[in-house]
Design a protein. Structure first.
Length: 154
C-alpha cells in the first residue's frame, strides 16, 4: 500500500515538475569497492540506480553527488572523478545527468524513506532489473571511457 502511494505521488510529481522545470541537472555517483558497485532501489521505482538526484541552487555538482550519497546510503565520499555528462529526453523532459565515480568512501548504513534497498553488486554480474542508463554507464566504466569529451545520451 505504501509503495503504491509513493509511486502515485512520484507519477504526479514528474508530470507537474515537467511543466514548471522542463530542463534539469542531476547527478549520480558510482561507488565502487572490490570490483562491486553500490546500487539503490527507490521506494517509488522498480529498477536499480546509482545514488543521486537533483542539484540544488548554489550547489556544485560534486557537492550534490556527495550530498546525495550521504542522504541515500549514508556514504561519506572523499575523492571523486568525472565519468561523463549525459542527456536524457525521457518523459518529454531534458535531463542533464553528471556521473561521478568514487572508490574513496565510508558507509554508515542508514534508513531513508526514499530508498527501499541498497546493495553492492559485482560489476560483471548485475541484476536484470538495473536501469538501462545505469547499465550503460557501468559498461563505459569497464571499457575505460572516462571524462575526456564524454558527452552522450543517457
Amino acid at each position: 500500500m505504501k509503495r503504491a502511494f509513493l509511486k502515485t505521488l512520484y507519477f504526479i510529481y514528474i508530470r507537474v515538475y515537467r511543466i514548471f522545470k522542463p530542463v534539469t541537472t542531476g547527478v549520480r555517483i558510482m561507488l565502487i569497492r572490490n570490483a562491486e558497485v553500490l546500487l539503490v532501489k527507490h521506494s517509488y521505482m522498480d529498477q536499480w540506480y546509482f545514488p543521486g538526484g537533483a542539484v540544488k541552487k548554489r550547489e556544485r555538482l560534486d557537492q550534490a553527488a556527495r550530498r546525495e550519497a550521504l542522504e541515500e546510503v549514508g556514504a561519506t565520499v572523499g575523492e571523486v572523478s568525472l565519468l561523463g555528462v549525459y542527456t536524457s529526453f525521457l518523459e518529454l523532459r531534458t535531463d542533464h545527468i553528471v556521473v561521478f565515480i568514487s572508490q574513496d568512501f565510508n558507509i554508515v548504513p542508514k534508513r531513508d524513506w526514499e530508498i527501499a534497498a541498497a546493495q553492492f553488486f559485482p560489476l560483471d554480474a548485475l541484476p536484470d532489473d538495473v536501469a538501462g542508463g545505469i547499465r550503460r554507464r557501468i559498461q563505459d566504466y569497464l571499457n575505460g571511457i572516462q571524462a575526456q569529451n564524454r558527452f552522450g545520451a543517457w
